[in-house]
Design a protein around this ligand. Structure first.
Ligand SMILES: Cc1ncc(COP(=O)(O)O)c(C=O)c1O
Length: 336
């Protein structure tokens, strides 16, 4: 399906900028004698991969459809979403603005923020999440003065439109299962931060008639990742799909029944490591699977604790950042 719109089979033509250039592979690993099948969404793009790229296909597509030349988004200092937007938005010709809120600094966070700057994103400081709307409004006001108000999407790109990227991924995985690349897993483990990856994946799987459980391991506070938010995204994405196509299946209830949100790995908070997440990160690294401290290591820890075969959705980019970082400026003073 690489390069082909997953929704074409439903007669749908949605605004999209193609960023994902392949069907991401599924690979098998063994941890303590248990098979873990990994859907390699780290490989969504060789330039910068991970789960955000799939959302951005539709978000940037919508921005272009509306004639926008800049995009405004938000995230924590080390946000993978802001970085993916900076990289792919910049390449698609958008001026990218990121409204950034503090998080504990570590090497990974600093690298991401430096990479944002290296690709030309403009970063703005919001001291707390509560101040984000005011900083976004001020940024938009300045852009409007220059005659180019931006297309805004919030943290994680988790809007109804962003969710479409993972509906498409769910359909892609179902195609791989039907083609015999792997068996239908009983459960897929993945990190949940703002909800669209879990919501979209469940809609895509349900639309394909699969009954795989979608287990979102919570890496952000409950206010940011909860069932009410996921429900809104499931509903919102289905509204977009069903508005455009009479044949897209009505699967709201089926999709919601697949989803579970598990907060057991959250520990002391967003971006804080736990003993289990550190052990999971080390075990995965031994087999060449790079995880991050904030999201994927917590999801992988939950999967390992299950001690039964399951699928892991690798949502972290594995693209080599060294070339970008070589010319990257240091982080702004306000981040230190
Ligand atoms: C590496 C990684 N995995 C998973 C997630 C969670 O995805 P979502 O925000 O769609 O819940 C994020 C971002 O929030 C992320 O950066």
């Amino acid at each position: 399906m690489s390069g082909v719109d997953a929704f074409a089979r439903f007669g749908l033509e949605l605004p999209r900028i193609q960023l994902v250039d392949r069907v991401t592979p599924v690979e098998h690993f063994t941890f303590d004698g248990v098979t873990v099948t990994v859907k390699r969404d780290d490989l969504t793009s060789p330039i910068y991969g991970g789960n955000k790229v799939r959302k951005l296909e539709y978000l940037l597509g919508q921005a272009r459809h509306f004639g926008k030349r800049s995009v405004v988004t938000t995230g924590a200092y080390g946000s993978h979403h802001v970085l993916a937007t900076a990289v792919h938005g910049g390449r698609a010709g958008f001026e990218v603005h990121g409204v950034m809120v503090p998080q504990p600094l570590n090497a990974h966070v600093i690298e991401n923020a430096r990479a944002d700057l290296a690709v030309g994103a403009v970063l703005h400081f919001a001291r707390t999440p509560l101040l984000v709307p005011a900083v976004v409004a001020a940024t938009q006001a300045r852009l409007r003065l220059r005659g180019r108000p931006g297309y805004f999407f919030g943290h994680g790109g988790s809007t109804s439109i962003g969710t479409l990227g993972y509906v498409s991924a769910g359909l892609e995985l179902a195609d791989q299962i039907n083609a015999g690349e792997c068996e239908e897993p009983s459960a897929i483990y993945l990190a949940i931060g703002s909800g669209a990856t879990v919501a979209g994946l469940a809609v895509g799987l349900a639309a394909a008639g699969l009954t795989t459980r979608v287990i979102g391991i919570r890496a952000t506070p409950r206010v940011a990742a909860n069932m009410a938010i996921v429900k809104r995204l499931v509903r919102g994405s289905l509204e977009v799909l069903q508005r455009g196509s009479r044949t897209f299946p009505r699967v709201e209830r089926d999709a919601l029944n697949l989803i579970e949100i598990d907060g057991s790995q959250y520990g002391n908070g967003y971006g804080h490591r736990t003993r289990a997440s550190e052990a999971a990160l080390a075990a995965a690294a031994e087999q060449g699977l790079q995880l991050d401290p904030t999201y994927t290591s917590k999801a992988f820890a939950a999967l390992l604790a299950r001690r039964a075969p399951a699928m892991f959705l690798q949502t972290l980019s594995s693209a080599d950042m060294k070339p970008l970082l070589r010319m990257a400026p240091s982080i702004p003073r306000w981040m230190r």
